[in-house]
Design a binder for this molecule. Structure first.
Ligand SMILES: Cc1cc2nc3c(=O)[nH]c(=O)nc-3n(C[C@H](O)[C@H](O)[C@H](O)COP(=O)(O)OP(=O)(O)OC[C@H]3O[C@@H](n4cnc5c(N)ncnc54)[C@H](O)[C@@H]3O)c2cc1C
Length: 326
């Protein structure tokens, strides 16, 4: 379709698109008046995944299915996507803000010789051009940016855009472009391990509990994990906690960690440094628990509890349990 808005599919590596794609496709369809198409690079797609992409509003799925696409290597992905983009000339290329797509989108934009608007939180058409809104200066300001050339490449912050409602039974044409898959010049020599906490992923979760230096040690995160299991939350951390070795870096929220935008963020023993706020200030509701009434996090919190987190967390968990058992 001319003027298509491509959506690069982020999947769970097992053939299922992640739910953040409902937001990406929903926004692409809205801003392009129904011209959203999905581009899925995978070693193994599933029929259910293809159906899901169609139901979220993709009118076409470009399916690039090849063993060379797993594990992800940017040079293989970017080579294949750039070749297809040069041929099909989409008007825009959207991807969610995830570790993989962040790197992929930047390299793809560079390969195509166009600009990248990263971490966008809004889009609008201004006549014939797309204008994106993105936070700058660690979220202190919102900048509006436009591109000099197409395709307009952008990454979209999760949990900000309205997800597509999903129309059961909607169909999309599936196109399997032929052509050589660029060979990988790089090989994984290390072992790759999937580590699962059994909790939702930080950037996908609707509720995030964040533990800072006030947690006092790695052994205490278990109280946040207990609460997380009750309410279906992910557990993140401040950089102070990560630097102390209490949590792995993939759980870090902030400027040099993950950007999250959940429906509910709850910070426990987090002071609210600007670099932490950069990664969570667009959360819909912010709750802070801190024993220092002057802690800067209270300035942006919707609800604040001045108290010792070690008293508050077990109480909250108990109350959540009671509420959810009703
Ligand atoms: C270039 C750069 C990048 C950075 N990137 C990041 C980033 O990505 N993410 C990030 O988080 N930080 C980042 N930082 C670090 C940031 O500046 C702060 O140092 C860090 O966020 C502080 O973490 P914290 O709030 O856990 O610790 P602190 O600032 O030490 O705060 C701990 C809080 O816990 C409270 N507390 C203590 N005990 C309890 C208790 N029992 N109950 C309740 N409250 C309690 C205290 O009152 C205090 O407010 C970056 C810094 C730099 C310079």
């Amino acid at each position: 379709m001319p003027n298509a808005f491509w959506c690069i599919v982020e999947d769970d590596r097992r053939g299922t698109p992640k739910k953040v794609m409902a937001e990406v496709i929903g926004e692409a369809a809205r801003v392009s008046s129904g011209r959203a198409e999905a581009v899925w690079l995978t070693d193994k797609a599933s029929e259910a995944g293809l159906t899901q992409l169609a139901e979220w509003g993709a009118t076409k799925v470009w399916l690039l299915e090849n063993g060379a696409f797993a594990p992800y290597r940017s040079e293989v992905w970017v080579g294949a996507a750039a070749e297809l983009a040069a041929k099909e000339r989409p008007r825009a290329i959207f991807a969610p803000v995830t570790s993989r797509a962040r790197e992929f989108a930047a390299r793809l934009a560079a390969r195509l010789g166009v600009g990248l608007a990263a971490d966008c939180v809004a889009f609008a058409m201004d006549g014939e051009r797309l204008v994106a809104t993105r936070p700058v200066y660690a979220g202190k300001l919102l900048a509006k940016v436009a591109w000099a050339k197409t395709p307009w490449v952008a990454t979209l912050r999760p949990n900000v855009f309205r997800p597509a409602d999903g129309e059961p039974g909607r169909k999309a044409a599936v196109e399997r472009p032929s052509g050589p898959t660029p060979a990988a010049q790089m090989k994984f020599v290390e072992r790759r391990e999937e580590v699962s906490t059994g909790l939702p992923e930080l950037t996908e979760a609707e509720i995030v509990l964040s533990g800072g230096r006030g947690m006092k040690g790695p052994e205490h995160y278990v109280i946040l994990e207990d609460m997380a299991r009750v309410i279906g939350a992910a557990v993140g951390a401040s950089r102070a906690a990560v630097d102390a070795g209490w949590r792995p870096h993939r759980f870090q929220i902030g400027q040099t960690g993950r950007t999250i935008s959940p429906k509910l963020y709850m910070g426990f023993g987090v002071s609210g440094a600007i670099q932490h706020l950069a990664g969570m200030r667009t959360s819909k509701v912010i709750v802070a628990v801190n024993k220092d009434p002057e802690a800067p996090i209270f300035r942006i919190a919707d609800y604040g509890i001045v108290a010792d987190l070690f008293e508050v967390v077990p109480e909250l968990t108990k109350e959540f349990k009671k509420l959810l058992e009703k």
